[in-house]
Design a protein around this ligand. Structure first.
Ligand SMILES: [Zn+2]
Length: 569
């Protein structure tokens, strides 16, 4: 590596005040000894130190570039056009500096972890090219743009983008009894509305959303066309489907996972009365806990109660620097999610957390939205607990694991003891079990749906969904309705939904182990967060998800903890 390039590294590092300049930039002098071998060793040592230093510098530049990208993304997501515009220049400069900083000969790095750190940064650098469109540049699609022939769109990515945008628009404009509602509000109402005829109208109102995805369930269906095209990418080289790939990432065999999902659904079915229900009555039948507790959770209390939930566990979201954007807004992403607002690391002389941002859209309060927010803040306390070198300061290597560890504490919100203390009222064990596992059972249905459809894209999705839900949820068959088509992940991230169902197995297993080692924390324990952070949250990409799980459990993940809890009466 030339001195000039080395100088560039230092310049790159210093263009931002956000990181301190390395004081270790100069290699120690080679000792003047007579023996040739000693000189060779000393020279090699010096080169090793210099390379190590260049990697340290690269990691500092990497932190700056990624933090600027995080801020740019957050500004875009929040619709802050001016902030996004102001960040563009500094971000591009940091990215150019990063390109220079990464010009290190990886083969010369002695340490295999260092080589992996360099590889991770290079891979991420390739992804950093995407700069979000300035907000407002692309107007939300209107009804004309959403009445399209999917075959007329040339490439799969464009079809997916159009489909997702139109799905997003449809979820925001559901009209029931002359009132305009969003998708989450409709689900809330389905669980709380006593009048069966109104429930039917609410359910029918979702037809607009289903149609945005599946049209008339024929050759003109955008989703079916998208799956057909994607299947050529998955299957042509004999490669794994997205479902298989996701579960294999954490060491599961796809067949085993399908069997676990079926066992879960059989256990769930065994808890149901021996009668069938219309799909529009399903949410109400499962919603007793929500109906009882929702009056205790008005919209303006969602955040304060959720924060109190984590504060009692030693994870005060305010202290951890978690930020929120929870207001509904036209054009906002319809899916709730959490992301980095910065990269964790030492800056300004102290450890800075990942400054997590939680995005969701809550038009109303209620228990279901509360649970979703607790899940999202669960991602937030995870991000805030990451303590590793800059190259590895990221989400873990498997979404499945990431989703599971967002829910390590969540189960307590379904415990009567917790509810009584924090909400001043509680649902019964049976009602709480319904509330908790209905969502998991539905997620398992979606996971099976995707597993089977991806394996055989010629299947009729309505018939497949009808088969799964009538068998396991005891729902009256309605193959004329595409009521499966109401999860954005089906469109944008194929195979993602298995993360929730399989994640529930992982969360239950990890949670049982935490309870065995650390004790029951349902009524609060300020040492819980430190315990979990050290053993599960802190690693980022430093260790594989599989290793973190198996080290903590002392064995591979098993289905037993979840199935035992599901059968609790
Ligand atoms: Zn999540």
């Amino acid at each position: 590596m030339s001195a000039r390039l080395w100088g560039s590294f230092r310049f790159a590092l210093c263009i931002s005040a956000a990181v301190a300049c390395s004081r270790r930039g100069v290699a120690p002098p080679v000792p003047t000894v007579a023996l040739k071998d000693s000189l060779t060793v000393a020279l090699k040592d010096s080169l090793t130190v210099a390379l190590k230093d260049s990697l340290t510098v690269a990691e500092s530049v990497y932190t700056v570039a990624r933090t600027l990208k995080d801020r740019l993304d957050i500004a875009g997501l929040r619709g802050l056009t001016d902030t996004a515009a102001a960040l563009h220049g500094p971000y591009l400069a940091a990215r150019r500096a990063l390109a220079l900083a990464l010009a290190i000969d990886s083969l010369a790095l002695a340490d295999s972890v260092d080589r992996r750190a360099l590889r991770v940064m290079r891979e991420t650098y390739a992804d950093l090219a995407d700069i979000p469109e300035p907000p407002g540049a692309a107007p939300p699609p209107d009804s004309v743009r959403c009445a399209y022939d999917p075959h007329s769109i040339a490439d799969a990515d464009s079809l997916e983008a159009r489909l997702y945008a139109c799905y997003g628009t449809a979820t925001q404009s559901i009209v029931v009894d002359g009132e305009r509602l969003d998708r989450l509000t409709v689900f809330g109402l389905l669980g709380s509305t006593g009048d069966p005829a109104r429930r039917r109208r609410l359910f029918d109102g979702l037809d607009r959303v289903w149609r945005s995805v599946n049209g008339d369930n024929d050759a003109g269906s955008p989703y079916r066309e998208l799956v057909r095209r994607r299947a050529r990418e998955w299957g042509s080289g004999g490669g794994p489907t997205p479902f298989a790939r996701r579960v294999q990432e954490v060491g599961f065999a796809p067949d085993t996972v399908e069997r676990w999902l079926e066992r879960l659904l059989e256990a769930w079915r065994a808890t149901l009365p021996d009668t069938t229900r219309e799909p529009w009555d399903l949410y109400y039948a499962m919603g007793a806990a929500s109906r009882r507790l929702s009056p205790r959770l008005p919209r303006d209390s969602l955040l304060s109660v959720s924060e109190r939930f984590y504060r009692a566990l030693g994870a005060d979201p305010r202290v951890l620097g978690i930020h929120y954007d929870l207001e509904p807004r036209a054009g906002k992403d319809p899916v709730a999610f959490t992301t980095f607002g910065a990269r964790p690391g030492f800056r300004y002389g102290a450890w800075q957390t990942g400054a997590p941002w939680v995005f969701a859209s809550y038009a109303v309060g209620g228990f279901d939205n509360f649970v979703e927010l607790v899940h999202e803040i669960g991602h937030g306390i995870h991000i805030a607990g990451i303590r590793t070198r800059p190259a590895f300061s990221d989400w873990p290597d498997a979404d499945l694991f990431t989703e599971a560890i967002a829910d390590l504490a969540l189960a307590d919100a379904y415990e009567s003891r917790w509810q009584q203390r924090h909400l001043g009222d509680s649902a019964t064990l049976a009602e709480n079990q319904r509330a908790r596992y209905f969502g998991v059972a539905l997620d398992a249905c979606w996971a099976l749906f995707e597993a089977r459809l991806q394996r055989n894209p010629a299947l009729d999705p309505n018939a497949l969904w009808t088969d799964i839900t009538s068998r396991y949820l005891r729902v009256v068959p309605h193959p004329e309705l595409s009521w499966w088509a109401m999860r954005g992940q089906l469109i944008a991230v194929p195979g993602y939904l298995v993360n929730y169902a399989l994640g529930a197995f992982i969360a239950a297993d990890l949670r049982a182990r935490i309870t065995a080692l650390h004790g029951d924390v349902a009524l609060g324990d300020s040492t819980w967060y430190g315990f979990v952070r050290e053993r599960i949250y802190r690693f980022g990409l430093e260790r594989s998800s599989r290793r973190v799980m198996e080290d903590f459990l002392g064995r591979p993940v098993s289905a037993d903890a979840l199935l035992a809890d599901l059968r609790r009466r």
